[in-house]
Ligand binder design. Structure first.
Ligand code: GRF
Length: 321
């Protein structure tokens, strides 16, 4: 199995979500491990549990410190522990923009509502007052705006007759414990998920001028030009023609460039079956270390080789600015 993602969990209280993550992490095939549990409250009950489970802990009260200074102390602790991701689990602090930026796309939170409904506090009471049929929980990426980042996953929880905020909270918590570890596991392995990889390629291919997607022999491909006369400049291959893993197929200038690439980096490049003889090259996308800027520049290069003159001229002029 690939190396496990290293997680720092930030808590302020009982830490039941942290516990759920820690127990999920005990499974051999879990793709993450908890390397630190940190709190702004040295008395947080969750710290005792983490310690008993042999997890490193850290705490530093925020009293008397500016938000930025306290966040910096937490950031340093998380970095010292070698964490790849920060996971907020009942961390009752609004984070400074700086901290959020430092962990952009690598910080998750769990919130007890079906976002975008009921950001902030009192989520259960608000769901009950609104007469909703369901409450629930959401795992989202953290952005500077409170409870506002892209939602990664949600679980709906039915509201029952006679529910009070407390009863409902207990039931939502059961759902939280399931959702958080499953979502975190999926998120830290997203770079091996063919759907996620395809979406990354698609975004970059369709960002180029006059491009559109059209499947070719069961695999997504991208063309440049008009619907009628357009030509393919890239294909996505996932276990296509018996090849392993996911790869991007793009055009090189010909067989010389193709063989130079194969020599230079045989881990990254291979000659795709059926297309190899015409100078197309396959770039592996499932190494978990894909350089997406590099992929974008390959797409651009291949687009440039394929696009009609009127388009390449325009893009050459734009590139000079
Ligand atoms: C959970 O309800 C979570 O959704 C919210 O804070 C609570 C934390 O509970 N963000 P616990 O400390 O994980 O038990």
């Amino acid at each position: 199995m690939a190396q496990k993602a290293r997680i720092a969990v930030l808590i302020s209280g009982r830490g039941s979500n942290m516990a759920a993550l820690a127990y999920a992490a005990k499974a051999e095939n879990c793709p993450f491990e908890i390397v630190l549990v940190a709190s702004n409250d040295p008395g947080a009950p969750g710290l005792i549990l983490a310690e008993a489970e042999g997890i490193e802990t850290f705490s530093h009260p925020h009293k008397g410190l500016t938000r930025e200074d306290h966040d910096q102390i937490m950031h340093d602790a998380v970095t010292r522990a070698g964490a790849d991701y920060v996971v907020l689990a009942g961390y009752m602090r609004i984070l400074s923009d700086r901290f959020v930026r430092q962990w952009q796309d690598r910080m998750l939170n769990i919130h007890p509502s079906l976002l975008p409904k009921y950001k902030g506090l009192d989520t259960y009471q608000r769901a009950l007052d609104a007469g909703d049929s369901h409450a629930g929980c959401s795992v989202h990426l953290v952005t500077p705006e409170l409870d506002d980042g892209p939602v990664l996953a949600q679980t709906k929880v039915a509201i029952l007759p006679g529910d009070t905020p407390e009863i409902l909270a207990d039931r939502v918590l059961i759902a939280e414990h399931q959702l958080y570890s499953a979502t975190l596991a999926r998120y830290v392995t997203r770079e091996q998920d063919p759907d996620w990889i395809l979406e990354q390629v698609r975004m970059r291919a369709l960002a180029l001028a006059e491009t559109y997607e059209r499947p070719s022999f069961g695999t997504p491909g991208w063309r440049v030009g008009s619907e009628k006369t357009g030509k393919y400049f890239a294909y996505f291959s996932h276990r296509h023609h018996g090849e392993t893993g996911s790869a991007l197929l793009v055009k090189t200038s010909g067989l010389d460039e193709q063989s130079a690439l194969l020599d230079a980096d045989p881990e990254l490049y291979f000659a795709p079956k059926f297309y190899g003889k015409s100078g197309w090259i396959a770039i592996r996308l499932d190494t978990g270390q894909t350089d997406w800027d590099h992929i974008a520049s390959w797409l651009k290069k291949s687009w440039h080789m394929t696009a009609p003159k009127r388009l390449t001229k325009m893009s050459d002029i734009a590139d000079q600015f």
